[in-house]
Design a protein around this ligand. Structure first.
Ligand code: TNX
Length: 553
């Protein structure tokens, strides 16, 4: 076949751009790996005849890779258990290796001589190797693929890398929960904090107390607009639902295959309005008919608390045992935030309880609740996580503190000997605005642009170089959904901030560079958001920490 010179030029240019794209892929990975070495030699070719080999612990990850490859490129590879053959076969090999991959969650990816090998000592390492491999491949349908010859040695900076999702204020379909978990896996997060209960509704099936679902999962109306708007307006739609335990088990298995632990949160002793709507006898005013909350911003108003009665503690023990049996997570989140003390102050029964149990005050009572539940859970071999307000009383140090206040509060908790997960409102609250555009879609007051997230250092300055630094486990972004009524709105609020956070948690601080991050975001991630069919915030270049300052001058 003879080609017209113009066509020949086109072929050459196209060939060149795809070569260029190839060379750039190893340089465009997010989060940035610890070490990438581009090797000389031929790219590894993969075709429908190639096979994904796995060693025993990684069978489900081989299936995961197979699915991901199929959806990204259309290429359907078979999988096969690796036999004891001395020479590695051609194709992709998932190897269990504690020597080359000598730390938790580490992977070593090597491509060359016809084979791509991923080595790790645990499932998470393999999952992260898979994510990196997917970024070395084109995002298009193709019958043959080539992987540039590289060695990548990679592991996370922090052990805890989390994303939270509030499903009480708004509930999302099971399919979206899976999609959200896929986003986490892609970004090499390892914990999904599932905020399952709050004043506005229970979202987990509890068999031992069925009214939590028949009553507590439903509210009669929902606030329209911002909760500070006057006068407040409500719709008149009954809203709610919950995830059944079978559905939850399905989500747990889905997340587990992707190296993600699910931490359920049952928020006590405050944020309990939906609980006492179902069981008023656990409230400080048992004769009141409470309703499931229909508005937001509950602090000191309708954000309600549990009363310290024998039947409440029996309830908490049974409830948390049921939750502990459902979730394999070694940690259960028990809330503890924004527990208004006014209800206990006004309750003679609560005051009597404080006295008879030698508690100092209402803060002591809050600690008592946390310690009771910690004990029930310890018997099930689980540790508790609580929001930093659990430190208000004198708590022993077994509880892990999730700090949503400033860095200093986190540092203080670490200095007291608690393990700490950093989620400071600034900039880890993804329910806050990411622009200062008055026409931006409704959000909570603060301003957390994407560069603030990127530049966030989970290690507080106060702890640099101190032994207590080891208590900082990592960080997490929180996604409270008062103003997120749909999956598309959640996606808009988390992308690309979640992408920025992944690098703050994974990569070496000295390797971070915001401009380079933006290049990789544009070349590698934005096309993926589109491929995933994800909504995202487009205006991230315009809205930065400095753009706010410039506007205020
Ligand atoms: C405070 S932070 C809350 C949530 C709200 C959020 C809104 C925390 C532990 N509790 O109940 O949704 O503010 O930003």
């Amino acid at each position: 076949m003879k080609l017209h010179p113009c066509k020949l030029l086109l072929v050459l240019v196209l060939g060149l751009t795809s070569c260029l794209a190839q060379g750039q892929r190893a340089n465009s990975i997010i989060p940035k790996p610890q070490q990438v070495t581009v090797l000389k030699g031929q790219p590894v070719k993969l075709s429908a005849k190639s096979i994904v080999y796995y060693e025993a612990p990684f069978e489900r990850q081989a299936v995961y890779l197979q699915d991901q490859l199929k959806s990204q490129t259309g290429l359907q590879l078979n999988i096969s258990k690796l036999s004891n053959a001395k020479n590695l076969p051609k194709g992709i090999v998932l190897k269990y290796d504690t020597v080359a991959a000598n730390r938790p969650e580490m992977y070593v990816l090597k491509s060359g001589n016809g084979t791509v090998t991923l080595r790790a000592q645990d499932k998470n390492g393999i999952v992260y190797g898979v994510q990196t491999l997917l970024q070395l491949l084109p995002l298009e349908q193709s019958r043959t693929l080539s992987v540039e010859p590289v060695t990548i040695k990679d592991y996370p900076r922090f052990a805890y890398r989390g994303m939270h999702l509030d499903v009480s204020r708004h509930i999302f379909p099971l399919e979206f929960i899976k999609k959200y978990i896929d986003y986490l896996a892609f970004h090499k997060f390892n914990n999904f904090h599932w905020h399952l209960t709050d004043d506005q509704g229970w979202r987990i099936e509890i068999k031992s107390y069925p009214k939590l679902n028949s009553i507590g999962s439903w509210r009669n109306a929902t606030l329209i607009g911002h909760f500070k708007d006057q006068p407040a307006r409500y719709d008149s739609t009954r809203y709610g639902g919950f995830y059944t335990q079978d559905e939850i088990r399905e989500i747990i298995a889905y997340a587990d295959q992707r190296g993600i632990n699910i931490i359920p949160e049952i928020d006590i002793p405050g944020h309990s309005r939906a609980t006492i709507a179902a069981y008023p006898e656990f409230s400080t005013k048992p004769d009141t008919t409470w309703n499931v909350a229909t508005t937001w911003g509950m602090y000191n108003r309708q954000n309600n608390v549990l009363a310290p009665r024998p039947e409440t503690f029996k309830f908490l023990k049974t409830l948390f045992e049921e939750v502990a049996d459902l979730f394999p997570s070694p940690y259960i989140h028990i809330g503890g935030d924004e527990c208004s003390k006014m209800w206990w102050k006004a309750s003679p029964q609560a005051q009597e309880f404080i006295k008879s149990h030698n508690l100092k005050d209402e803060k002591g009572l809050q600690t008592y609740f946390i310690e009771q539940v910690s004990d029930y859970l310890a018997a099930k071999d689980k540790k508790v996580i609580g929001w930093h307000e659990i430190l208000e009383g004198d708590l022993d140090t077994t509880a892990i503190v999730m700090n949503w206040a400033d860095n200093k509060t986190g540092a203080d908790a670490a200095l007291r000997g608690h393990y700490v997960i950093m989620t400071p409102g600034k900039p880890m609250y993804f329910d806050h605005y990411q622009s200062q555009d008055p026409n931006d879609s409704l959000a909570i007051h603060g301003y957390n642009p994407v560069d603030a997230v990127y530049n966030f250092n989970p290690m507080p300055d106060e702890l640099q170089g101190k032994p207590a630094a080891r208590y900082i486990l990592g960080a997490q972004a929180n996604v409270w959904t008062e103003y997120m009524g749909s999956p598309a709105k959640v996606e808009y609020m988390v992308l690309p901030r979640m992408t920025a956070l992944s690098e703050a948690l994974w990569s070496a601080p000295e390797a971070k560079n915001y401009n380079d991050f933006k290049r990789r975001l544009e070349q590698n991630l934005i096309p993926r958001y589109k491929f995933w069919g994800a909504n995202y915030f487009h205006d991230y270049s315009r809205w930065t920490i400095d753009s706010k300052k410039a506007e205020m001058q």
